[in-house]
Write a protein that binds this ligand. Structure first.
Ligand SMILES: [Zn+2]
Length: 189
């Protein structure tokens, strides 16, 4: 059974100076495990304004706006990914290209497929559908441009718009992000 020695010490003052940053140290009592350090902001005022991640403080407002955008984008991209695969199958059915080689060329030029030509053809011959080897979110714009009008196309377009709005919001929040490294808060000397 392995045990470890845990203790906590003051690391540095918090940004406002009224509270502190604590350092938690967890050192296993065997020579092959690494000591683990973690940090905690202990100040009611600063906790309202700052969030501590690893050893960096971020202003809470911009940081939470950014992570809100990320989870929004993950959701949108998940939906776009599955609709995009169906859209790729529709585009291929409509084009009716006469060889797997031509299919592969079109999909790689569109940057929705990264599979090599030999593996692609082999998989297709064995019955794998094309979209299984595609990552549609790599180029949703191409999919929209090449898809015949349909309810699915409308849905993809709407999602792509939402995605772009979310990306702009994320950029805006990034512009308002302040960060402070814990090492900058440590008194020198
Ligand atoms: Zn403080």
């Amino acid at each position: 059974m392995s045990t470890s020695e845990k203790f906590t010490r003051n690391f540095c003052p918090c940004p406002c100076g009224k509270g502190k940053i604590l350092e938690h140290i967890d050192s296993p009592d065997n020579p092959w495990s690494k000591t683990h350090f973690s940090y905690e902001l202990e100040c009611p005022d600063c906790s309202k304004e700052w969030v501590l991640e690893e050893t960096t403080l971020f202003n809470r407002l911009a940081r939470s706006e950014m992570s809100k955008c990320w989870s929004e984008q993950r959701k949108i991209e998940g939906r776009l990914g599955s609709l995009g695969k169906r859209a790729i199958e529709d585009i291929l059915a409509e084009r009716n290209l006469e060889s797997f080689k031509k299919e592969h060329r079109m999909l790689t030029e569109a940057r929705v497929c990264r599979e090599g030509p030999i593996r692609y053809a082999r998989a297709r011959k064995s019955g794998v559908v094309a979209s299984e080897m595609c990552v549609p979110i790599g180029n949703i714009v191409w999919i929209i441009e090449n898809l015949q009008p349909s309810q699915m196309k409308d849905e993809i377009q709407a999602l792509q718009q939402e995605r772009e709005i979310s990306e702009r919001k994320e950029e805006l929040a990034r512009g308002q992000l302040n960060k402070m490294s814990l090492s900058d808060l440590r008194p020198t000397g």
